[in-house]
Design a protein around this ligand. Structure first.
Ligand SMILES: [Zn+2]
Length: 379
């Protein structure tokens, strides 16, 4: 699972004396074979190697790059299948730096050699996903799971505490029993408190965005009294399921379903707002023509795209101008070249102008508007 720590290490990675490779690959899930994907990666690397042979690198720098390419080849060779949509690899062998991200969204093929990792495309994808914490609690135990980009991690071992079990105690005349039950009650409160504290610490270190809480109905309100308001403000669902009753897979399915509903309703609201604002002539664009205009003016703040839609178009390789069908670039006068996936080029241009983008599920309202729209910085 991609952890917050891993992302932070990437953001903080600096290599002054050795080049860093950032490698992005669209893995075309279900469209082409693993061998074809590998062949595509190889040709991308060979092309870059050729370009690099003309650059003024030192011997040690070249050795580092050679090792990087070998590592990428080896990684791809050892993959029997690609069950994710996009791949991002960052490597700098001489600094012992190597990171792999298997992504639930496609990326545009690219191989960049620079002194820093090229992270914009990765961040734009990560930005679209939430880190979810799923807590199941009862009077003695707690289970915690983390979910991110469709993957799940069990953190239950971090939540365990020792509380005496609610065993019936046969005391004298009920007196002893009363004392014991008061003792147990204290332990339960202590347990809730400990779980709440541990959850808050993990929230701070793992950077959870949202929480799903689960406990028997009569327990949950009592437990929630112990939670920090920052956590309570981020609860997106409450369930009535006891800990240790679901398999890991069932937990994952449940959490994914809740996340999907949550994200969809938020994106739907956002798209409705976008449509209204665009129709009022405010800082929003709808459809390919208006959005292209905004992209060419570098005016896009946030782009929205429907995941299974695209269109072909043309691009000026000289200045980056994007168009549906103009053969001559109106900016610099050069001849434009055809591009198969214009949406891909739009995403790249938006990333370049430090914008964000969101991929929408097929059933969105934006579909009726050409599958593309954007919030703008200016008009
Ligand atoms: Zn041009």
């Amino acid at each position: 699972m991609t952890t917050h720590k891993q992302i932070r290490e990437l953001l903080e990675f600096k290599s002054e004396d050795y080049p860093v490779i950032s490698f992005y690959l669209n893995t075309h899930v279900g469209e082409i074979s693993p061998d074809e994907i590998k062949a595509q990666a190889h040709s991308l690397i060979r092309l870059q190697e050729k370009k690099l042979s003309h650059k003024p690198f030192s011997h040690a720098q070249r050795e580092s790059l050679t090792k990087d390419f070998q590592k990428i080849y080896q990684f791809l060779e050892e993959k029997p299948e690609f069950n994710f949509k996009g791949l991002a690899i960052f490597t700098c062998s001489s600094k012992n730096f190597w990171q792999v991200y298997e992504l639930p969204q496609k990326v545009k093929d690219s191989l960049i050699v620079d002194s820093d990792p090229y992270i914009r495309p990765l961040l734009a994808i990560l930005n679209q996903f939430h880190r979810l914490a799923f807590l199941l609690v009862d009077q003695r135990r707690a289970q915690l799971f983390e979910l991110f980009m469709g993957e799940i991690k069990d953190h239950t071992e971090l939540m365990t505490a020792d509380v005496p079990s609610r065993v019936r105690y046969a005391g004298w005349y009920g007196l002893e029993e009363k004392r014991v039950s008061r003792h147990i009650e204290q332990h339960i409160q202590e347990h809730f408190k400990q779980v709440a504290v541990k959850l808050y610490l993990l929230y701070k270190t793992h950077q959870f965005d949202y929480f799903i809480l689960s406990a028997q109905k009569h327990i949950l309100p009592e437990f929630e009294q112990h939670l920090h308001t920052e956590i309570l403000d981020r609860v997106i669902e409450r369930l009535d399921i006891e800990p240790f009753t679901l398999s890991l897979n069932e937990v994952k399915e449940k959490a994914l379903e809740i996340e999907r509903r949550f994200v969809e309703s938020r994106l739907n609201e956002e798209v409705e707002k976008l449509i209204t604002e665009a129709q009022k002539g405010r800082l929003a664009s709808l459809g390919i023509q208006n959005t292209l205009e905004a992209v060419n003016k570098k005016a896009v703040r946030t782009l929205y795209l429907v995941e299974d839609m695209t269109i072909s178009g043309r691009e000026c390789h000289n200045c980056g101008y994007l168009t549906l069908d103009e053969k001559e670039c109106p900016v610099c006068g050069k001849v434009t070249e055809p591009v198969q996936d214009l949406f891909d080029e739009v995403v790249e241009a938006v990333l370049y102008m430090n914008g964000d983008y969101y991929t929408l599920p097929p059933n969105t309202l934006l579909r009726e508007y050409g599958g593309i729209g954007a919030w703008l910085r200016f008009k």
